[in-house]
Write a protein that binds this ligand. Sequence first.
Ligand SMILES: [Fe+2]
Length: 172
Amino acid sequence: MSALAKQNFASASEDSINNQISQELQASQVYLSLSAWAGSGQALPGLEKFFKKSAEEEREHAQKLIDYQNRRGGKVVLQTLSAPEIDWSSARNAIEATLQLEKDVNKSLLNLHKVSEENSDAQLSDFIASVYLPEQVEGIKKIADLVAQLNRVGNDGLGLYLWDQELLRSLE
Ligand SMILES: [Fe+2]
């Protein structure tokens, strides 16, 4: 019934949106794992909160795409998620993993944008370019800054403690 809304909506675009929904949900899953890890034996409340907030944001990104898919008359198809790492070994390793994760998500978004352009879907192109791409670039910059700061203070001891406390304060 929702297909009644369909106009100028290619199946390649529909598939790419479903793929992006899965990417966002997978990212959310990874962030949940990171948050749980940071909050357990590591006792890093700043990192725990940062990852928890990120998990919630990724879920919202997925939800916004689900709503969009429905608006356009497409069918939402969810995929199986894969199990994230359990032990992220160090704050540096954890934060560097998220930098790569966000770059991968960005690559996937850019691909979705390309598909929309190949199919002359101006509305989808605009939606991705205005809602998703700016936030993604900002998110990558924010994580890159965290990596740079952590590299400066060191990956353990007092430096790590202060870095984590500062991160916690910035999220309040
Ligand atoms: Fe996202």
